[in-house]
Design a protein around this ligand. Sequence first.
Ligand SMILES: [Cu+2]
Length: 152
Amino acid sequence: MNKHAILVIALLVILILTIFSGYLITNAKNENNSVQRKEELEKSNLSAGIDTSTESDTDIDNKLVQNVYIRALATGKYDKPEVRVKANIPVVIHFSADKDSGCGKAFQLEDFNVKLFSYNGETTRAKILPKEKGIYYYHCGMWMFVGKLIVE
Ligand SMILES: [Cu+2]
């Protein structure tokens, strides 16, 4: 092997190492960014009273849905007298009712044609897309349980 060949091989090795380390650094940066973005979104969602903790990473990244959890209690009230959501982002309502909540087992949100039932404490869901800002009332069949869905 002559000197020239050794030099060429050495240069090739250096070139490959440079490209590979550049690739590693870029990858690490991307991962950091996506974790940071997810944390920021979770923070902003929390301050808006929206729980995204059960959603997959994809849903959080794409801001696909706003989850709201409402439960009718045996005390004759909802656990949340009001819920705030943002307009033009789909909302999934997760409704459940205590076994002793009587007519609270029926949940209605007429402005969005939602009628849910939870007879045995189970969670039932409805997805809506609120387009107009405003206050919409959710309630049981006789308006004894009443709560506000506030679209901002
Ligand atoms: Cu009622």
